[in-house]
Design a binder for this molecule. Structure first.
Ligand SMILES: [Zn+2]
Ligand SMILES: [Zn+2]
Length: 479
């Protein structure tokens, strides 16, 4: 949007004018002017958003990392320019932000699109979280006679058994516990063929195992637990490789590792780039200050690299001006892209190195969907159910998959077990793609934050709304 009030606007933040590219911006940003309030200040949209983001980051740093945020905080935050008290909230349910103009102290309104799909998802997640929390807590309270630890173990063990029953047919369960000639695992315990302690240990380990299995970034101790889990099924004198179902379990951890690496070099890189394409403050909630620093530093370095890239491009264009033949020009451009100069190659390599380094250290996917403990518990418990469903309704109908599985098993039950494990893996891929979709929606929302133009209908609406909100806040304060 060009501001036509002035012949040549000058940005009050970066002091740039005309074609000058604002800091950390692109050529398009150079002509994206805004006039957000009654006074004469005009700025690049990019600069204003960066300026707000910096205010927020400063305040977060002073607050020693992430400032605690009240849950369900209302639609807006209003922080005075001189002493910001609260930061910019994560845009989700809240769609507008208000800051004060540094010159005239009047309000500046920022607005994002409503993101109804994102809101629906959030409502769904909230409901699932609450339901799970209530269920878990009430189970714990009712089941604990002696202690919470005991209740927890019993709860984990019961869920673990349920997961096992979902994924493994009866004969596979028996073979996993090395009991034969009994109708069921529970029957084996009753007859004293399977020690209760061993049963509890194994089944109680299943839910935490599944919980950790889905996470690409976990501490070394937890990673060790995931790697060692199959060895819980080890009994005296037998090898894990002898029994088919146990052998299957041995392959899960390496598969997790491979998928983790794949995630880091593909999806996580997408998230990383998306994270850098929006102002840090909008995705800052629930993030460590360290990650924020990384993103900020990355953006600065990336901007320098971009400028060097641009310089090289201009050099090329200048050299091309001497050539008349368009075919030669095309060829030279192509060659320039294919066989870049040493400088460009250096830039590309260092960029790739930096990107990969970041993507192996931090899960940028978390920026777009905040991890929630109880929601994660619910999805962990739903995972095997969905996996079994995918296995039955999808994988079982693909002859190639069925053939592949049958080559590696000795009984139909073992085939079902292996297919169910594959179904769980398919669910992981599907859920990662769904997360990617929602993250993309979120990024679109955050990239399209508009600064309302002073005096427009929208601006007047926002302005009258903010006055009523101010009054309600005051009322609350007096109570
Ligand atoms: Zn500017
Ligand atoms: Zn102003």
């Amino acid at each position: 949007m060009n501001d036509t009030d002035q012949s040549s606007p000058r940005c009050w933040i970066c002091l740039g004018e005309g074609d000058e590219v604002p800091p950390l911006g692109t050529k398009a940003d150079a002509h994206d002017w805004i006039h957000p309030c009654a006074c004469s200040l005009v700025a690049h949209r990019k600069c204003l958003l960066n300026w707000i983001s910096n205010l927020d980051l400063q305040e977060r740093r002073q607050g020693n990392g992430i400032a605690p945020r009240p849950a369900n905080e209302g639609v807006f935050f209003n922080f005075p320019f001189a002493a910001p008290l609260v930061g910019v909230p994560l845009l989700g349910e809240s769609q507008s932000i208000i800051v004060n103009c540094p010159q005239c102290k009047k309000q500046i309104f920022l607005k994002s699109s409503s993101g109804s799909l994102l809101n629906m998802r959030k409502v769904f997640q909230d409901c699932v979280s609450t339901l799970t929390r209530v269920t878990v807590i009430s189970t714990l309270v009712s089941s604990t006679v002696a202690s919470y630890a005991l209740g927890m173990t019993a709860g984990c063990s019961a869920s673990g058994m349920k997961i096992l029953q979902t994924l493994a047919p009866n004969s596979v369960q028996l073979s996993l516990f090395d009991v034969r000639n009994t109708p069921s695992v529970i029957g084996a315990i009753d007859r004293g063929r399977l020690p209760m302690a061993r049963f509890l240990l194994v089944t109680a380990a299943i839910p935490p195992y599944l919980y950790l299995l889905r996470k690409p970034f976990i501490p070394a101790m937890q990673e060790a637990f995931v790697q060692l889990f199959p060895f819980l099924f080890l009994t005296d004198g037998t090898s894990l490789l002898e029994s088919g179902p146990k052998r299957n379990l041995l392959f899960i951890a390496p598969l997790k590792f491979v998928y983790g690496v794949l995630y880091k070099v593909t999806l996580n890189r997408v998230y990383y780039r998306w994270a850098r394409s929006v102002q840090p403050c909008f995705i800052a909630d629930g993030l460590s200050a360290e990650t924020l620093e990384i993103i900020e530093r990355e953006n600065e370095e990336e901007f320098e690299i971009q400028q060097e890239d641009e310089e090289e491009r201009i050099k090329l264009e200048n050299s091309l001006q001497k050539t008349r033949n368009s075919l030669v020009i095309l060829l030279k451009r192509f060659l320039h892209y294919l066989v870049p100069s040493d400088r460009i190659r250096q830039i590309r390599i260092s960029r790739l190195k930096r990107e990969l380094e970041c993507c192996f250290k931090t899960d940028f996917g978390l920026l777009f969907s905040k991890p929630r403990f109880y929601y994660n518990i619910a999805t962990t418990l739903a995972w095997p159910v969905l996996g079994e469903y995918a296995s039955r309704e999808l994988l079982a109908k693909i002859p190639f998959v069925v053939g592949l599985i049958n080559r590696h098993v000795s009984t139909p039950d073992e085939a079902t077990f292996l297919r169910n494990l594959a179904g769980c893996f398919a669910v992981v891929i599907a859920s990662d793609l769904v997360s990617l979709f929602f993250a993309w929606r979120k990024v679109k929302q955050l990239q399209n934050i508009r600064v309302l133009k002073y005096g427009t209908k929208e601006w007047r609406e926002a302005s009258s709304n903010s006055i009523t909100t101010d009054l309600t806040l005051m009322d609350r304060g007096n109570m």
